[in-house]
Design a protein around this ligand. Structure first.
Ligand code: FAD
Ligand code: NAI
Length: 476
């Protein structure tokens, strides 16, 4: 039951919004979180994109498919012999769904414990910080809020010539729910979702063709990492085609396939797929979030304009997460939620946008923080660089996976670390060391003089820092 008035009303219960609501309540503010997410059975669910159809289910399938491939290909070399390898896709999907259910219910429990009111339905910002709340069965009420936090998240971008039909042409959500392994899987967009979900289905047996419009792979990564990873993914069997301008996607229900036409330097091509995933980016879900008579500045594609403290152009109205500038990442949204809640409670805090880690959860994983080498070159910043390859790591050898490297970039004069780029198994965990170092303004010498446990993958970070200083110990 909604009250008439709250200190804080959050619209959106994804990782940005639910965290903001919890933190506000922890600080003694009366907080409500309006969220309209419902699962296939019509059950209301907290957690937004991330928990329901994003970070969590994709990582569940990445983990399961990695185990499947690893068991089939690599266990023999360890002397571990297993019987015939079989895939129970339904069980794999059920495990993923169970995990999602547990985590979304966990947030419900956190709301209860922190006394956050969960209002199930839609929210819309009206003038004077009034929020219109519409329940799922259409009952409307107005709530007065001292502070409003807009956290409506994002939705997949649809291509006009390839509309999602939920069957043959799907977005990432559809690609997390195939009931059988597609024989041929087309992917438009070789970005983060394309690589993660393309990897899942390739490991489970699909022939995966990825059509990418750009002439370079992973333009948002350090060039050396992008080039190395492209070689690795191609070797694994992901067929990545760059400079591919897709012009048509035609579903043939009789043949149960979709024909995709694209052009590149060699001319026009048509490929037939059982399923097609379109993952060409996401856009803010701000369409019906703000009433027409509210004067709030927005930017291109519906992003809500905010300053570094996530304040919109209206006093007492904030926006966080995927609806605002910056990377569309769960942890970025959550930290914005914490910052805004704490500022509302009178704390003078801010967020360091220069040190936000990014991860692509393929195998090997790709993780980075801060500037890439090409960024530094473009800005004319003098730098020193150290690279340590995992072939020289004892732990990586014991794990039977020596792919990738750690690359550290430090300012040539001050030695302050400016960027770190890792491609390796568990790079998602290793990058945290670099994030902490950078947050504390560390130099590569600081990392080089820190004691790391042996034998660990982390030692590669230590060695890359030593290489930046010009004296690595374990590379010639
Ligand atoms: P969302 O999570 O989108 O939540 C917004 C919520 O607001 C939703 O529940 C929505 O229903 C609700 N809502 C919207 N409008 C209204 C309204 N008017 N009234 C009421 N409710 C409303 N990020 C990572 O950091 N790591 C990952 O590994 C990762 N993997 C991903 C995998 C996939 C397949 C996808 C699609 C995304 C992934 N992301 C990942 C991105 C991550 O999911 C988003 O950055 C994150 O969910 C954004 O959080 P948010 O709270 O801003 O929005
Ligand atoms: P993305 O921005 O990562 O990649 C989209 C790709 O599609 C780009 O390479 C782009 O050049 C290409 N593209 C755009 N239009 C195209 C067209 N018409 N034809 C062919 N290619 C085209 O976006 P993606 O993969 O959809 O993911 C959306 C967002 O979700 C990510 O930016 C990220 O913020 C978030 N995400 C994060 C994950 C993580 O942190 N591990 C995992 C999955 C998603």
């Amino acid at each position: 039951m909604a009250k008439d008035k709250y200190d804080v009303v959050v619209i959106g219960g994804g990782p940005a919004g639910y965290v903001a609501a919890i933190r506000a309540a922890q600080l003694g503010l009366d907080a409500a979180c309006i969220d309209r997410w419902r699962d296939g059975e019509g059950q209301a669910r907290l957690g937004g994109t991330c928990l329901n159809v994003g970070c969590i289910p994709s990582k569940a399938l990445l983990e399961s498919s990695e185990l499947y491939e690893h068991t089939g290909k690599h266990l023999n070399s360890h002397g571990v012999l297993v019987g015939k390898l079989e895939l129970d896709l339904a069980a794999m999907m059920a495990r993923k769904d169970k995990l999602v259910g547990q985590l979304t219910q966990g947030i419900q429990g956190l709301f209860k414990a922190n006394k956050v009111d969960w209002l199930q339905g839609s929210g819309q910002l009206h003038p004077d910080k009034q929020v219109k709340f519409t329940t799922h069965d259409g009952k409307e009420s107005m709530i007065a809020a001292e502070n409003v936090i807009l956290a409506a998240g994002s939705v997949p971008i649809e291509l006009g010539f390839a509309p999602f039909d939920g069957d043959y042409i799907v977005d990432s959500t559809g690609a997390l729910e195939f009931d059988k392994v597609p024989k041929r899987l087309g992917v438009i967009g070789a970005g983060v979702i394309g690589l993660e979900l393309g990897s899942v289905w390739r490991r489970l047996g699909s022939e995966v063709v990825m059509l990418e419009a750009q002439d370079r792979f992973l333009t948002f990564c350090d060039d050396q990492v992008a080039n190395e990873s492209r070689k690795m993914f191609s070797k694994q069997g992901l067929d990545i085609r760059l400079s591919a301008r897709v012009t048509e996607a035609k579903v043939d229900k009789r043949k149960r396939s979709v024909a995709v036409t694209y052009e590149d330097e060699q001319g026009k091509h048509t490929e037939h797929f059982d399923k097609l995933i379109v993952c060409v980016g996401r856009r803010p879900a701000s369409d019906d979030l703000i009433a027409g008579n509210v004067e709030l500045a927005t930017e291109e594609r519906g992003l809500i304009h905010v300053n570094d403290h996530c304040e919109t152009t209206l006093a007492g109205v904030y926006a966080i997460g995927d609806v605002v500038r910056g990377p569309m990442l769960a942890h970025k949204g959550s930290e914005e939620g914490v910052m805004v809640a704490e500022r509302i409670a009178g704390m003078n805090v801010s967020l360091n946008y220069d040190v936000i880690p990014n991860v692509i959860y393929t195998l090997p994983e790709i993780a980075w923080v801060g500037a890439s080498e090409q960024d530094l070159k473009a800005k004319g910043i003098p730098y020193a660089m150290g690279v340590f390859p995992f072939v020289a790591s004892g732990r990586a050898k014991a794990m039977d996976d020596t792919s990738g490297f750690v690359k550290i970039l430090a300012h040539a004069e001050t030695d302050r670390i400016l960027g770190a780029h890792i491609i390796s198994p568990r790079a998602s965990e290793l990058i945290a060391e670099c994030v902490i170092a950078m947050e504390f303004g560390a130099s590569s010498e600081d990392l080089g003089r820190t004691v790391f446990a042996h034998p660990t993958l982390s030692e590669a970070v230590h060695e890359a820092a030593l290489a930046t200083l010009g004296h690595p110990l374990h590379i010639p």
